[in-house]
Each structure stands twice: as C-alpha cells, then as structure tokens.
Design a protein around this ligand. Sequence first.
Ligand code: GLA
Length: 391
Amino acid sequence: MKRTLVLTAFVLIGFAATPLLALDNGLARTPPMGWNSWNKFACNVSEDLIRGAADSIVRNGMKEAGYEYVVIDDCWQVSRDVEGNIVPDAKRFPSGMKALGDYIHSKGLKFGIYSDAGRGTCQNRPGSRGYEYQDARQYAAWGVDYLKYDWCNHDTQDSQSSYETMRDALAKSGRPIVFSICEWGSTKPWLWAGSVGNLWRSTGDILDKWDGKEKWGGNGVVQILDLQDGIESYAGPGHWNDPDMLEVGNGGMTDTEYQSHFSLWCLMAAPLMAGNDLEHMSDATKTTLTNKEVIAVDQDAAGIQAKRVRKAGGLEVWVKQMSDGSRAVGLLNRTGVEAEINVAWTELGYPDRLSASVRDLWAHANVGTHKGTYAAKVASHGVMVIRVTPE
Ligand code: GLA
C-alpha cells in the first residue's frame, strides 16, 4: 500500500508539467484582461489618459467583453521623498494615485501599476529594490489591484528571489494584487515563477510587426509565437505564460495580421492586455478585440495553453483543449499566399471515425459536421479559428 502511494506520488511528480506549487493568492484564475499604456503611449502617461482609457473600456464594449485591469506602465513615478516613499509625477497625476484608483473602481474596473525589481525602471525612474514592503503598502493604500514588475537595472540580483521578495511584500500588504512578472524570459521563469507570480513574460518585448527581430530583444508576432512552443504545459489557472501585451490597432500590421495576433494569443491562453489608443480605434480593431467567441477560447476554465501539432512549409496547426471536451484549433498560414490547411481529428486526439461539428469563430458560423478531417482556405498571414465539438 505504502509502496503504491510512493509510486503514485513519484509518477504524479514525474509527469506534473505545471509547477507543483502555484501562487496561492486566488487571483487570475483565467488569463487577466485589460489595457496597458506602454505599447502606444510609452512615457506619455497622465491621469487624463488613464481616465480616458477607463471611460473607453466601459463605452466601447470592452468591459462587457471581459477587459478589467487598467494598467499604468513606466514613467508615472519621479523620485522618493525623504522617508523613501515613492513619489508620483504631480504634473501628470495632479489628483494623485488614490483618486485615480477610485475613479477606475467607480467604473467597475481594476487599477494596475508598474515598478521594477532593480534600482531603477527601464526608463530610469526609481525601482523598488530595498523598498519592496514600503511600496507594496503604498500600492495597497492607493487601491492597486495589479502590479507589473520589470527587470531593468537588476545588476547582480537573482531573479527568483527578487520576485519572491515582492510576492511576499504584496501578500503582507493585505490587498489582493495580481503579480505580473516581467523578466522577459531571461532566466526561464516558467521553471520557477508558478509559485511566485500570476503571470510571467516569456520573451523580450513585442514589436508592432508580424515578422521581425531587433538586436535589443524586440520580437515580431511570429518570433514570439515560436518561443511559446514547448512551454505550454507550465500555464494554468493562476499562473500564465505571458507572450507580452497586444499590439492590435497600433498601425504596424494589417487588419488580418492583427486578427491573427489576437487569435494566437487567445489560443495560447495569454493575458489579453490591449495596448492601443482606445479612444480612436477603427471598427476593425474593435471587432478584433471584442470577439467574444475567440475571447471564450482564451478564458476557458481549464486554462490549457494551445500546443503546436503541425508545422510544415509555413502552414501550422495549433490545438487548445477546452473544458467541455471540444478543441479550439488555429489554422495559421505564415506564407505570402492564400493556402488550404487541413487538420486531421487524430491531431486533435480524437478518433478518425468521430463526427464533430465545426464552428468558425471569426465568421460566427457553423460550417457543418465533419468526420476525420476539416480543411479550409486561409489568407496569407491569416489564422482561422475553429471549434471542433464531438457530436
Ligand atoms: C520593459 C518592458 C516593457 C515596458 C518597458 C517600460 O521594456 O518589457 O513592457 O514595461 O520596459 O519601460
């Protein structure tokens, strides 16, 4: 009996792909959704911008679609006072952070903020090193619900213990605060961050590009996608791989490419942080960001990240197992011309003879019952997202 138990434990541990201890703060049971100022506005943040973003989320249907966290990224902070308290930029945030948090909360949304585990942020504003508990107390007093914690100016610090210090400080603050780790995948956070944060960046910064790479670490959509292949088993409720925030609507890609970027992020159970100008967005951008059927793939309760099951000549198939037993499938065409992509049921883990209904989640249309396989034409740089449900 004892031996069976030991053996069972051994087998479980051996095969448990997700971290055995997930961060125990009860938050982010599905991938967090919201908006972050960085991708579009960089250091140009102010209380007017943030209030405007909160107003837009309510007005344009994004709140109803699930977007919740309004996050101010870098550059809101200017210095520390003589007691070491972090000082927000009084010109850009004249009403103060507590008032801004209250405003965001009055809209039924949540308030997010940014800091850095090193001595300075990536824009050389004060970081939190040595002030972790003081900062966490301050954030809690302001009503902060989400902290993105960056990794610039870390000198010789150890990543895991640096992030653990802030995890413990947030826990001590007494306020539930989602902890978003941003160390760019440099020390393989998927191996250690499950018990430290609710999400962790798995790559360098996203570029507003379909395909491209910058020496400083910037990646296009397909480069980021390739870096997720193989780490999918580390994601799950409360602890997510974060392939970085969305660029949808920022102007560097076509509408098809933005739709594909969004589709792939949803298949990957990625946090969905819009990063565009919400007050001035096109109908195409809004349609992409608020497609509830595709968002439901991202937000599925099982929290299983899609796996790439085929990669051949620029045509790929990504499969996400859903909690109801169906499969969300992404048919990705990376080539420069339209192409037919097929998927075999056996690639989904289904028997060949199974009849399953297929729904196109962008067309919002059922496309019939199929046995063993489904095929469709996919535009260049397009992703068709289908849901395959056994009958
Ligand atoms: C780093 C992060 C970005 C952003 C900037 C802000 O590059 O990865 O997401 O927060 O810093 O300076």
